[in-house]
Design a protein around this ligand. Structure first.
Ligand code: PAF
Length: 286
């Protein structure tokens, strides 16, 4: 299969029309490129559940704060295109900055309840940038279904909420986090990890996993589970935890002392210049 490269919106419309006239289902995977196995898992899942798959690559400036890594965010387009073709992607959409943010751009999407919590607390404006670009991409691509990694749990939930609140006519699917063999959640920024930082980075998923095991063994006390993660991470002095919390899965509301329904352990931590996030769901057994 040949991967089509689409830059202009007219070409995107023509691609969309060719599917529409055949009554085909289009799946969409928005990305910022620097693709890894986690992205490819989304493409493969999309491939199985739709007739055609389109991936966008756009490093969205408005979701990076001042001093964040927008300029040095990895851009690996040739390698990305090769990986997408191999994964069975039909088209890659590479919008220009002027398509997404024309000079007179003024309108933004906010989630007033959640955009300043969790990752939003230390990244003001981040989710405004994410929701705005994702809605624009949805409107340009007009997919039937869109795939997001659960690694960015808050992002996934906020996009789901935007789609529900604004009646965006598509289905949002969250896909399981893909991990390295040592447990580290895959991320485009993992390439910045120095080998000597790896043991500290890996302690994060090990701590969260230990808490999930305790939960599965019957522990419902949120403080006990949080302490389980915190103790493992405390063994790594290079890690500074930004937040470590247990929230309800859909609303992301705090769970209280005892976990009653589907919940998720969420954390963000600093390791040198890197900011790492991870999460694992706590699903009551049926
Ligand atoms: O998760 C990402 O890569 C980005 O936040 C997204 C969803 C492509 C929006 O720029």
């Amino acid at each position: 299969m040949t991967l089509q490269t689409i830059v202009e919106t007219a070409a995107l419309d023509a691609f969309r029309l060719s599917l529409f006239s055949g009554g085909k289902k289009l799946a969409f995977v928005p990305t910022m490129g620097a693709l890894h196995e986690g992205h490819l898992a989304l493409v493969k899942q999309a491939r199985q559940n739709a007739d055609s798959v389109i991936v966008s690559i756009f490093v969205n400036p408005t979701q990076f704060g001042p001093g964040e890594d927008f300029n040095r965010y990895p851009r690996t387009l040739t390698e990305d295109a090769r990986m997408l073709a191999e994964a069975g992607c039909d088209a890659v959409f590479l919008p220009n900055i002027a398509t997404i943010y024309p000079e007179d751009f003024q309108t933004w999407i906010h989630n007033e309840s959640l955009e300043n919590q969790l990752c939003g607390a230390s990244r003001p404006g981040h989710f405004r940038g994410v929701l705005t670009v994702v809605l624009k991409l949805f409107n340009l691509v007009r997919p039937d279904v869109a795939y997001f990694g659960k690694k960015d749990y808050q992002q996934w939930r906020l996009i789901e909420k935007m789609v529900a609140d604004l009646n965006v006519p598509l289905k949002v699917i969250g896909s399981e986090t893909v991990r390295e063999p040592d447990g580290l959640a895959m991320s485009s920024r993992n390439r910045y990890l120095k080998p000597e930082q790896r043991p500290a980075a890996v302690a994060i998923s090990r701590g969260v996993k230990a808490a999930v095991e305790k939960y599965k063994a019957g522990e419902l006390g949120s403080q006990v589970l949080i302490s389980t993660v915190a103790k493992e991470i405390a063994l790594q002095p290079a890690i500074a935890v930004e937040y470590l919390t247990i929230r309800e899965q859909i609303s992301l509301a705090p769970v209280g002392d005892s976990i009653k329904g589907p919940a998720v352990i969420l954390l963000a931590a600093r390791l040198g210049d890197l900011r790492l996030i991870d999460n694992m769901e706590l699903n009551p057994s049926a």
